[in-house]
Design a protein around this ligand. Structure first.
Ligand code: AMP
Length: 393
């Protein structure tokens, strides 16, 4: 869905209200990973470069309870924001209210006003119109660069667009561009690699991509429900009985339309789910009694490699195994490397596959590593994201 972008807005002499995803990890008040702040920087810098423009920046941080937990205060980010933006940052004592309004009104060109945690107000998640209007009253135009919360219709992501001219920031634009490209007009052949723990959380993605893909790779714990429908032994591997029929019907549909589905054909198993468990190779589709599959084996990896090597489009969501445990991370690491080496368009979305890509330092070799876990999953499921819909042309 084509969205309006920050370039489409007249920003001259404007106060620009920008929703970012500054939901960064903190330890004792210190930012331990500023990736999310860095990803929003191009939009913030672009606004500050426009003649007479100033910025009002807002984000949620963590999940505050009804109390204003000080450890979730945005004030912990203001110093770092000043450092990376090179601009003067004024820290607001609140999200809305007279004092904040006065600070916004008195903001000078080139300065940033950083609002408090939007989730200090329960009205934020309720998408309360009065709260959204108060937020909107702080700026002249609105820019949303928070893809990570675009699947939620909150006051700062959706409600506010009803009161101000609105557009997407550069990060949001890139996320939409890549997902639209692979979903609406993918270059063929297209390979979807879907892994992770549960069929239940990925079945909608599989269904939504069924008509688009030439090959599916199904790995991770979810693969074992599929193998079970094919009459294979799965030992103590992850299994969702309630999804047996769904898995069977998916495989039948894929077969009927000539779509290849690669399931694990060999495994790395263990006797227990533990980091210190000894890995054992199993050169068979069947998992031995008493063992649980923790990773895919080398034959499976070779089959996946052959498909990725010739793919023009690759979408990846979910690891091939328990990649957090080094002894069971090989399958995911190798697949991640094939994706990185693929000459086609490569998109990785979903929290754990992104974590895997980062663990193996491959982020720079992939065309698009999404910043939104839940949002990217819903995009791939073919759902309309309220935060994106609100910015459409
Ligand atoms: P998801 O969030 O659904 O993408 O699932 C990711 C999680 O699935 C990761 O924490 C992996 O450790 C886990 N996982 C992947 N493969 C397996 C497996 N064979 N058995 C158990 N858990 C797995």
């Amino acid at each position: 869905m084509a969205v309006k972008t920050v370039r489409d807005l007249d920003l001259k002499n404007k106060k620009v209200l920008v929703r970012v995803d500054f939901n960064v990890p903190l330890k004792e008040g210190k930012i331990t990973d500023d990736t999310r702040m860095q990803r929003a920087l191009p939009t913030l810098k672009y606004v500050l470069e426009q003649e007479g423009a100033s910025l009002i920046v807002m984000s949620h941080l963590g999940r505050p309870s009804t109390d204003r937990e000080p450890e979730l205060s945005m004030s912990q980010l203001s110093g770092h924001l000043a450092e990376i933006s090179g601009a003067k940052v004024v820290m607001a004592p609140d999200v809305v209210g007279d004092e904040v309004k006065a600070l916004a009104d008195n903001l000078n060109a080139g300065e940033i006003l950083l609002l408090e945690n939007t989730r200090y107000y329960k009205e934020e998640k309720k998408n309360d119109p009065a709260f959204a209007e108060k937020l909107a009253s702080l700026g002249d135009v609105y820019v949303n660069d928070a893809f990570g919360t675009a699947h939620r219709a909150h006051a700062s992501t959706e409600g506010v667009t009803k009161y101000l001219p609105s557009a997407a920031g550069f990060l949001m634009e890139k996320e939409c561009e890549f997902f639209d490209k692979v979903l609406e007009n993918p270059e063929k052949p297209m390979v979807a690699i879907i892994g992770g723990a549960k069929v239940s959380s990925k079945i909608s993605v599989l269904e939504s991509l069924l008509d688009k893909c030439d090959t599916f790779v199904i790995g991770g714990g979810m693969a074992y429900t599929f193998l079970k429908t094919k009459g294979k032994s799965i030992g103590n591997s992850l299994f969702e009985e309630d999804y047996l029929e769904t898995a069977e019907s998916f495989l039948k549909k894929a077969e009927a339309q000539g779509t290849t589905v690669i399931l694990p054909m060999d495994h790395v198993v263990a006797s227990e789910f533990s980091e210190s468990a000894a890995p054992e190779a199993v050169d068979s589709e069947d998992v031995p009694e008493g063992k649980l599959a923790m990773d895919v084996g080398p034959k499976t990896v070779e089959a996946v490699k052959a498909k990725i090597a010739v793919a023009k489009t690759v979408v990846w969501n979910g690891p091939m195994g328990v990649f957090e445990f080094d002894a069971f991370s090989k399958g995911t690491e190798q697949v991640a490397n094939f994706v990185a080496d693929c000459a086609g368009t490569t998109v990785v979305g979903g929290g754990d596959s992104v974590a895997a890509v980062n663990k193996f330092n491959l982020g720079d070799k992939i065309d698009h590593v999404s910043t939104g876990g839940g949002a990217s999953l819903e995009y791939l499921e073919g759902k309309a994201l309220p935060g994106v819909v609100a910015l459409k042309k």
